[in-house]
Design a binder for this molecule. Structure first.
Ligand code: KIV
Length: 283
């Protein structure tokens, strides 16, 4: 049986075997119980409780205001639903950058309090020491994230494709190798040219998961709300919308409102409760 099939819990080792067998890895974000339940039921191998909860669910303009407490809150809901997928808790802005000790403490909170299976943090060689501390001292699986790292969008000059020129492409290749050396179990490549993603995927032994990084990565990740059409902001080129959920929900809400106004909902037989005439007479 293929590594990503079956009922057993997905592990770091299973993900590694998928890369080695050339079996693609599917990953999606989830922030709540019903979504996580559906994702797990659909059999995707990886769930990210991403700091994208900030823009998708909490209504922030960016991921910067997201707190560790937010990720803990949402990750706990996700973990109540998931039986099989490997769940990664995202480390928000400034929850890992200040010192390796604080990063380890916060990664430990995600493991201990939410009981996620691993953590993710953004950055290249500059966070290698932090990754190493969490992996080797904490024994916590860490997923890396390079390319367009939204927590550094201001420094990067906005939400732009990264690694198009020789200098930045070389830096991303070095970052990937450096993070692998530091002990990551997988690496997210966000918004990089597909040729560079293919090169990194060949160069490093751990799985690469692309978002806007073309088809040659070992796996793909999308933000759930983008995939189902429940996001209301700019949609990047790499997003494929499989559903118009916002449209569906709006249609349902309008139909409900119309039926309430027209006195068509609730129906007497279908949606109401009855008491006996004898009891009624006594009132
Ligand atoms: O928070 C998130 O959703 C992410 C993905 C875009 C990879 O980091």
């Amino acid at each position: 049986m293929a590594q990503g099939q079956g009922q057993e819990k997905i592990t770091v080792q299973a993900l590694q075997r998928m890369k080695e067998a050339g079996e693609k890895i599917s990953m999606i974000t989830a922030y709540d119980y019903p979504t996580a339940l559906l994702v797990d039921r659909a059999g995707l191998e990886l769930i990210l409780v991403g700091d994208s909860v900030g823009n998708t669910v909490l209504g922030y303009e960016s991921t910067i205001p997201v707190e560790l407490e937010d990720i803990l809150h949402h990750a706990k809901a996700v973990m109540r639903a998931v039986k099989r997928a490997f769940v990664v808790g995202d480390m928000p802005f400034m929850s890992f950058n200040i010192s390796p000790e604080e990063a380890l403490r916060n990664a430990g909170r995600l493991m201990k309090e939410a009981q996620v299976d691993g953590v993710k943090l953004e950055g290249g060689s500059e966070v290698a020491e932090i990754v190493e501390k969490i992996v080797r001292r904490g024994g916590i699986p860490v997923m890396g994230h390079i390319g367009l790292t939204p927590q550094r969008a201001s420094q990067l000059g906005g939400f732009k494709v990264q690694g198009r020129d020789k200098e930045t492409a070389k830096k991303l290749l070095e970052d990937a190798e450096c993070l692998e050396e530091a002990g990551i179990f997988a690496l997210i490549l966000e918004c990089v040219p597909y040729q560079l993603a293919r090169l990194i995927t060949k160069r490093i032994a751990v799985p690469t998961i692309g978002i806007g990084a073309g088809p040659y990565c070992d796996g793909q990740v999308l933000v759930f709300h983008d995939l189902v059409g429940l996001s209301f902001r700019f949609s990047p080129k790499f997003v494929k919308r499989y559903l118009d959920l916002a449209g569906e929900i709006e249609r349902a809400l309008r139909a409900y409102k119309e039926e309430v106004k027209a006195g068509e909902f609730p129906e007497l037989e279908a949606h109401s409760f009855k008491m006996s005439e004898e009891v009624l007479k006594e009132l």
